[in-house]
Design a protein around this ligand. Sequence first.
Ligand SMILES: [Ca+2]
Ligand SMILES: [Ca+2]
Length: 362
Amino acid sequence: MYKHFLLSILIILLLSVVGINAFSLDAQVEEIYFKIVKGFSPETDPNTLDADGNSIPDRAHARLLDRVLRDENVPNHEILLSIYYFNWARIKIDNTLGNRCIALQQIYGITCDELERFCAGIITIGEPKAIQYFVQGALSEFGVTIDLKNYNLMGGIYLRGSGDLDGDRITNKKEYELAEGDFDLFVEKAITPEEHPGEGEGYPQIDENVPLVVVPPLNLPVNYGDLSLKTYRDGVYTAENIGTEPVPLRVWILGEPEFHIIGDTEYLIEPQQKISFIVRFQPKKYGYYSAILVYEIYGKRYYSYLGGKSSVVVNIFSCGIFNHNSSKNNIYTYLPDLLFIAVITLVVHLYSKSPSSRKLHS
Ligand SMILES: [Ca+2]
Ligand SMILES: [Ca+2]
């Protein structure tokens, strides 16, 4: 039987090499999702359930996947269909339920074929929490062991909440928000690039060769805002590995000491793991401050620009408690123009310096 499935993988690979379209597929993931919720958790509303916490109801997400696999006009249809076929073939190998498939069908009304198609869907969407919860959690309780190294998780770049299927720099999560709860409208928005995306939030993957998603996204200046002296504000930064291999990461700050990292600066991020650290801004004098947060992965560096300000005006009006406790989540705003120029000046300044100044940090 295994030979058969290996053969099917080979066929898919061959088809993609010679440039012949893979067959579109009606995977019916939404329908299966509905059955699974009804079967395992009948008290749950399938229309609002968001088990993976990505702010997109799981049913809407399943509908999107069905459309992607079925409709050859959807952006990235071919690659996602190949990934789905690959994962589907693999789950068929890993599914060791055998005779228990009959019990599954009798008790819950779900066939093993449906279970496999659903699993392939979850893994292809690539939302880490869903994979943990369903594939590694629920399935392992049935005695089915999945080694994610054998699967292709790269569909997540396009399909997960923080991914961008149509490449218009509006994440799928944001597309859902813009659709205001209308599932069909969400699907249309997620597959139709906006010509003038006014609310684009940047492409969150650090590099197409590095399966790391960092938030806030790189290359967008992060504004710590106005602070009074002797207070500080913390910004939370996360890096999540959406690939299948551990990724080494080192972070440090270039620039003014008013910005510093709290937490570890070296990590080995396991697949599906998310790490976080804090960059604290603590001004010592009045004025503008800027710095660069550097991410180093496999010897390559990526940058996030930070800015903040300490002023007399804010000292009068701001509340000390607010500044001490900081608003951790709301600093991802764009810098005002003046500050932005200051940041760029700093960048140019740092890179026109002799390499010895950079060695200090490497
Ligand atoms: Ca969800
Ligand atoms: Ca988009």
